[in-house]
Design a protein around this ligand. Sequence first.
Ligand code: BF8
Length: 660
Amino acid sequence: MAKEKQARTSQHAAELIILDQPSIETCFDRADKMKPCPIGHEGACCKNCYMGPCRLVGKDAETTAKGVCGATLPVIAARYFARMVAGGTAAHGDHGRDMAFTLLAVGEGHAKDFKVKDVKKLYRTADILGIEFEGRPVLDVAKDVASKMLEDFGRQRGEMNFLKRAPKKTQERWKKYGVVPRGMDREVVEVMDRTTMGMDADPDSILDSAIRCALANGWGGSMISTDFTDILFGTPMPIKAEASLGIFKDDEVNIIVHGHEPSLAEMIVEAVQEPELIAYAKTKGAKGINLGGMCCTANEVLMRHGIPTAGGFTNQEPAIMTGLIDVFTVDVQCIIPAIVDVAKHFHTKIITSSDKVKIPGAIHISFDENIAKDQARQIVRMAIDNYPNRTKKGSHVTEKFPMIGGFSHEYIEYMQGGSWRGSFRPLNDAIAAGRVRGVVGLAGCDNPRWPSTGVHKFLATELIKNDVLIVSTGCSSAACGGAGYLTPENALENAGPGLREVCEAIGIPPILHLGACVDNSRILTIAAAMAAEGGLSDEIGGMPAVGIAPEWITEKAVSIGVYFAASGVPVIFGGESPVSASKEVTRILTEVWFERYKGAFVFEPDPEQMLAKALEFIDKAREALKLKKYEPGKFGTEKVLMDMAARREIEKTSRAHIGL
Ligand code: BF8
């Protein structure tokens, strides 16, 4: 068993911990024990009603097999896929809704612990929404912006607000194929309705509803989450941090914030810096209070405060197994209930904070934005009180890596010329000249059924070697950070000659940490800005850009993949296809969607093939755009990127201009 575990996680620190404590069960053990049902695994099982579950198997199942109701295999596979999209959209949608309610509360003068930190971004958002902001009190504008966006959830007819941020041609494609989303809740409900027994029996039509639902996530729930989080807590800019399980301190109180919604975590960031609480920690024998993050809450607080990350999804249990965690506080999503069982071996207290996430055995503190800071202080005090209960048990590791995180789309624009000359022109020119071959969004989960984080690391290394600029989000960021890849030095050591030159000129890593999973919406914004800049494609489709989720796990990942594909970005997901049983559904996701949107949804289990396919998509897009053929080390002419000295000069005078 120990040997198998070793092959499962490619993270040195996690591996050490797991091998050191073989008696504690982790997701790696459960993945070994739990063999997936082969019929459900390929999308050939329907359990949407109680005449089944119906399993459509056999040599000619695609054309001859039927469930008791008569549903064919393509219908059953399409329903299954669409329901995954609905689940993922619901998760990101509710996240966006919660952020909108927090902004509304601030605008209405409640939730006194929160404020509008990025007024300029609030105004930019108001501008997009056609809300008057000049000369008005900030909180009034915040209230109007939040109220307007809350309409996106319950709207029955019409179009969602942020769709207009997409290039015109992309919007036209959505209209032409009838996939314009109306309101988030409506699209989720409709997918569930269409896919229940006795409803839509046309796989293409079912998958159209999945697209509408996913677009409601990308250009709705996720984009609202990103923008409102920036407005409330500040738009990220590059910041130094550390990554890996070695971030915990033997002689300090250690607290983890885990999940996705950063509202409570932001308050905890403030609370751990309060002199009274630090002094209280000292009375218990600790030298201070150390805060670390996990999964996407980690990305949120890392980007804005430099709080170190303990890693992604598969690090939840190993983190507790260090024996150093005094309080492990969780909000929503990707929180495995098994953490409570692992915590029983140690002194660690698990605290749940969302009424949507209760775990028997955890302490529940129901988050209330009106008393958020007091709740944060309560949690920090609980951790301090628990510090003396720490024993020698656990596997303490010291390995950690420096990293730079926090590349918002605003900063990426700014770094290409400063506040006054910021644009996407240098990046577009570098792509056109072949210095940068293309862009890959490396995203998604780390999966215990793979050599966890290993596929991210393989692709990250190979892509930058091939002069592909990477923008990374979610647990992929944690995987890259935990391997030491998120530093500018990585470009010098490992990037191809063109990408290295660009990274050196701007002073950036070859892998840009864009944030949490909802921040995949930042990639949409970047792609739209590149299209608007000109010189490449005039829509998102056709750009030399690809999305890859090599170790995906969640329904959220599927929803993200679909909104990228429908926005025009080919996506490659690792592992076997969950709809491989149906050739027709596979054809729609790949060929039909590519024809309609210039994006496609491809599943590919072999990491080498994932790389090859990504480069092929990029090179074909370059060819279609008639760009210079990519040849390593041979570039065409392009405008010169600003050097560091010139950028610093601009930076001195203009940071305030963009509110950074
Ligand atoms: O939302 S990458 S395991 S933590 S689902 Fe979850 Fe996957 Fe991690 Fe963030 Ni995204």
